[in-house]
Design a protein. Structure first.
Length: 436
């Protein structure tokens, strides 16, 4: 092992991980990084010790999976029946929120098979929304349960290998959301100034508009982002190039909300690019990767939404699982996209059901159909995907007593290998990727 690691230059290999995850046959297929660069800050060769021996992988490759093994993230409160994962980083750490017996949200981090509650410093209704590759977490807290007056919050690792929290609230706004954090510890977010927009009704199938402002946060300093003259705006994602995406209202007609991209100009000031509504009524941009590819949803008509990907001025519909609603929630640096799409109406109930999907190489797939095992699960939403193809989200789980709960999950990709998939048996070993 020492000889193998000595061949890896310190600038090339940042972390070595030893874990049980899934077997890696020598003939696995790999997929090039969209950027042709790296998954973290440096193209890193990662040495991994499995039970059977040592396997190596470069961080400019990812396993191309045709199936996934599911793991329930568990819960830290024994009486919780609603746990949802929001994001995953390239170290495989997952964040989200759990509803406790007090009916309040409590933020969590899941790492190496263990779920832990994040400190709240006397606040309540904590939600961990995003985690970067160094493990810094962005989210929100409140001071009164159920009041809907969230404020920004950052959790950072401390010397005890736990987390410490810091409150970044403001008294002059109703709510302040930290939506996403990049590897520079910069945050995308939004202020909400009031409960409703006076005299403006919502479009069916779209969120109720509220006066809001998009912002960029760095080192405690908030920079409000440009608008198109409206009083609705939100920044929802930020990449490592400090590009942000979200949505803004287009002038006096506050019901026309459009996907937006903010980039710094040559003077270091943020400029707004209107991505448009793609011929529809409204659009939202929800995530951006380091290749500046943007995903989200648009409404071609009332009560219908379509997930999309945008790149260099070109929009592509991601398709549907048969129903009328869909949304793309996350994209990694290999142009793998996850989100949710409704299925076609059930012939008996007449209802559509939300299912988690993955989109890659121009094809949308229902993640429920790609599970190896997974008995009792119905995956509702896929909320995050990292650069090694690990997917997180939440769904409905029915146990052997017929009890149904909302549970958080992580999906580990199974390599495209007949040996790995034969008999649909759970792989013996697991490879846990670590990147920074």
């Amino acid at each position: 092992m020492r000889n193998i690691l000595s061949n890896l230059k310190s600038a090339d290999c940042l972390h070595v991980s030893f874990a049980k995850s899934f077997s890696v046959p020598t003939n696995i297929k790999t997929r090039k990084n969209k950027l042709g660069l790296n998954f973290g800050k440096i193209g890193c060769a990662i040495a991994v010790l499995s039970i059977a021996g040592i396997a190596t992988s470069t961080s400019s490759q990812v396993i191309a999976a045709s199936a996934y093994v599911i793991t329930d993230l568990g819960n830290f409160s024994s009486d919780s029946t609603d746990i949802r994962a929001n994001a995953i980083n390239n170290s495989g750490q997952v964040v989200g929120r759990e509803v406790g017996a007090d009916q309040a949200n409590h933020g969590f981090v899941w790492d190496r098979g263990k779920i832990s509650q994040l400190p709240e410093l006397g606040y309540v209704d904590a939600v961990a929304r995003s985690i970067n590759d160094s493990g810094t977490i962005a989210g929100t807290v409140d001071s009164v349960i159920g009041r809907d007056q969230e404020q920004g919050f950052i959790w950072t690792k401390n010397a005890s290998r736990g987390y410490s929290g810091a409150y970044y609230g403001e008294d002059n706004v109703v709510e302040k959301y930290f939506r996403d954090i990049n590897n520079k510890n910069q945050v995308a977010g939004e202020y909400i100034d009031a409960r409703t927009v006076p005299g403006v009704a919502s479009v069916p199938g779209f969120p109720v508009p509220r006066p809001s402002r998009a912002f960029y946060w760095s080192k405690g300093v908030v920079t409000e982002l440009p608008t198109l003259g409206g009083i609705i705006g939100a920044a929802r994602s930020i990449n490592d190039k400090s590009e942000l995406v979200g949505n803004v209202a287009t002038g006096a007609d506050q019901t026309t909300v459009t996907a937006a991209l903010w980039r710094k100009d040559k003077n270091g000031k943020f400029a707004l690019q209107n991505l448009g509504t793609f011929g529809g009524l409204q659009s939202l941009a929800l995530a951006i990767n380091n290749a500046s590819q943007v995903v989200g949803q648009y409404l071609p008509e009332a009560n219908k939404s379509i997930p999309f990907i945008w790149e260099n001025g070109n929009e592509t519909d991601l398709g549907s699982l048969g129903g009328s609603l869909g949304n793309a929630l996350s994209i990694n640096n290999l142009t793998q996209v996850v989100g949710f799409s409704n299925t076609a109406k059930n012939a008996i109930t007449g209802q559509e059901v939300s299912h988690a999907f993955i989109w890659e190489d121009g094809q949308i797939s229902d993640l429920n159909s790609l599970l190896v095992g997974g008995s009792g699960w119905e995956l509702t939403q896929a909320t995050g995907i990292n650069d090694f193809g690990q997917i997180v989200g939440y769904g409905s789980y029915t146990n052997n007593l017929g009890q149904k709960q909302t549970r958080a999950f992580i999906l580990q990709p199974v390599p495209e290998s007949g040996a790995a998939l034969s008999g649909k048996k759970k792989p013996k070993k697991e490879l846990r990727y670590i990147s920074n």
